[in-house]
Design a protein around this ligand. Sequence first.
Ligand SMILES: Nc1ncnc2c1ncn2[C@@H]1O[C@H](COP(=O)(O)OP(=O)(O)OP(=O)(O)O)[C@@H](O)[C@H]1O
Length: 907
Amino acid sequence: MLEYRQNNIQVIVRVKPEQGCIQVDECDSTSLQISNKQYHYDHVIPPKASQQDVFTLIGQPLINNALQGYNGCVFAYGQTGSGKTHTLIGNNDGLLPQCLQYIFACSIEDHNVIIKGSYLEIYNEQIFDLLSSSQNSLQIREDPKKGIYVENLNATVISNYDEAIALLRKGNSNRHIAATKMNSESSRSHAVFLIQYSTSIQQEKCEVHLYSKMYFVDLAGSERQKTAQTEGQRLKETQAINKSLTQLGLVIYAIVEREKGNNKIHIPFRDSKLTTLLKDSLGGNSKTFMVAAVNPLHEEESISTLKFAERVKQIKVKAHVNKEYSGEEITKLNLQIQQLKEELVKKSRELENVQPSDALQSQLHMQFDEIQKLLQQIHKSAIQMELETVEGQLQEYAEKKSYIIQILKSLNLSFKEEETTNYQTLNENIEYQNKLKIQLLQQEDVIYKLQKKKKELEQNIIDQQQAHKTILASTLKGFEDQIKMKDYLYDQIKEDLDQMEVSKLSLQHQNDKLKEEVQQYIEKIEQMQIQLFQNQQHQSTIYEEKNQNIQKLDQDLQQQIEYNSQLRLQLEQIHVEIYQNNQQFQIETNQLNSQIQQQQLEINRLLEWVQKLEAENINIKSNNDFKREYDQLTQQYSNLKTQQQHLEQELKSLQTENQYNLSVIENLEISIQSFELFEDNLKQENQLYRNTILELQEQLNQKQEIFLNIQKSFKLDNCENIINELNNKTNQLYRNEQKLRQELSQLKSEQQLYIQKLQIRDQTISDLQNELQDLQKTHRTSEVQKQIEQNEKSQSQRQLEQKIASLKLEYDKINKAKNALLVEYTKLENNQKEFETFLLILEKKLQDYVSNTFRKNRVMSQEQQILYLKTTQIKQSKFVIIEALVDIVILDTIDRQIRTFSQIRIN
Ligand SMILES: Nc1ncnc2c1ncn2[C@@H]1O[C@H](COP(=O)(O)OP(=O)(O)OP(=O)(O)O)[C@@H](O)[C@H]1O
């Protein structure tokens, strides 16, 4: 249990359970150490202490005092987040809830007890009732009887602990709480819970009323703006909190100073709502406790709190029991005391003004004696009353007696003190007056001197003012000039601005135009893309067609190869046949040769035999039989001879056949060679086709690549590359244009050449006509010849007529073609003209826009590419037309010739 110092505010330090700069001595519950300095207080609550411990230490004595009629107050002071709200309220386990529980527990058997609860907050220097829905701020009043009180503050009667807690909860819910950097639930106001306790004890002749007030003050945390880092509403709150806490510090300082003996010091209770409200609690009628909450994590703030607590420790309080007696006699006596008191006050006021005389002194003494007598009477009557009441109440009367004696003594003392101080002050005043008179004289002298100096100074000032005026005038002129200059500049700038505005508008107009143009170009590009796409499609169809052709050619080639191989086979067969025939022929020839040889041998044998026979014939000529035989043999011989001739013919025919076969073979070999040649040609052609297809494919790929690049360039906006590319293309275009111009000039010279050639032809034709005329002349001269030639002519005429008819047909055809070509030529001429004008426009545009946006450039270059293509096409068609024209001219001459021939024929 805390041992209280007599008549002092009890200062208890509570250390938050955090590891930090504060060391608490386990053995000594009254001191702690911070920054190597020891601080001493009435009690130090260690970090480990429970809420119950705190209640036992502070709450219990506070309530016990209150039950005896003493006012009480407990206020928690400390840095934000140090544990003030935790100590006072906590989770309904703080001092206040426990005190409420205890007070109801103690008063359970006393039916006269009335407990009232009020809850207010001081927010931004305004008082608000936390138990009321009204948002109006309340005012503090002071009453001689009631003391300090808040006007219109709800005081709810509470009959039990639950009601009290409900009230507390209601009030807490209305408090200004906000999250700050230091505390997630920081109190942004000072909260004051007031318990008013009263009870009455009925006695025989009077009724004793006991009453007390208990203030539970949860101060808002002191915080440094820098560390709190608050802004806006929070900053305003912080400023109000810090201001009122500073006022509290000043009040405590003044109280302490007064207690040290500095009576002149003014205690500025009224400078803030908080100090006004706590006037009684700080050094008045109250048994007050201060809980200084410190957080070991913050050294500087903890030291500041501890120093503040050290000052508070020195404050003395003058608590007394709040007790009133009621009853007829007591009221009378009270009235008398009141009257006397008022008279005493009156007299003491008079004493302040009037110098006390002997008579007054004796009067005062008499009055004092009277008061004493009266008090003795009161004392006597009190004793009598006490005697008449129960013996057990004797103690109370004794207390009352001593209390009255104490008052009397204090009254006496204060009288004496006041008397002496009055005398002292009077003497001091006279001295002071004399001093003042001397000072007055001295000051009058000083004033005179000062007035003199003032006049000098005034003169000086006037002079200086004059000088200043002239300087000012010149400066003003300068300023005026400067202003004029600035005005002029301003006008100029304004003009410039107007001009700029105009040019801005025109630029905007141009910009809009350009945007439109760009849009048009984009549209054109889209169209070109579509065209490109169509071209691609067209090319792909051509490609497919060519592919099909190639496939067809391939098939043909394959067929040809097959046919060739068949031919080869046939040829081989023929070769084999010829070889076989040859073999056969050889065999047959050999056979025939051997036959011929045999027959030759036979013939030779026969001839020999014939010779023998002839020789014998000579001998046997006369023999007829032999002759017949001879004839037969001769016949045989001639037969054999014809047979031999026949065989020789056969041999010859076989040889010619063989010869023929050999020539056939030769022809076949030649045709095979030509087939091979044809095959090679076909292969070459095929290869050529393939190459063209590949080329076309490559071109297609290139175009696709270009197309993709264009698409990409549209997407990627790779300006620099595109611009470079465009520049290159533009240059190329220029070169192409130059080339085109050269080609055009060449074309013109070629045209000239053709015309010359045509003239030469015309000349030849005219020569021929001349010749023809000459011929006609010769025809006329020789009529005989004419007659002869008439027949020839009729023949040639018919031929000519036939030729003329066919030529006419051809002529008609060509004429038609000529007309079509002429139409096309005029079209092309128009196109060329259009193109030329377009080219000129394009050139102009190109010059204008060559440095403009890349899109335009791209479009231009594409257009130019297309135009270049068109130009080449036109050029080609121009060549075709020129050729056609040449043909037409030739046909015309032929036509003329035919006409002259027909004319001649008619003639
Ligand atoms: N002794 C303690 N034991 C446990 N927790 C504590 C103690 N003291 C404070 N706390 C905790 O620290 C936090 C801040 O405490 P609290 O709100 O009481 O600070 P405060 O001094 O009232 O701050 P503020 O002035 O900003 O209102 C709370 O969460 C509280 O529960």
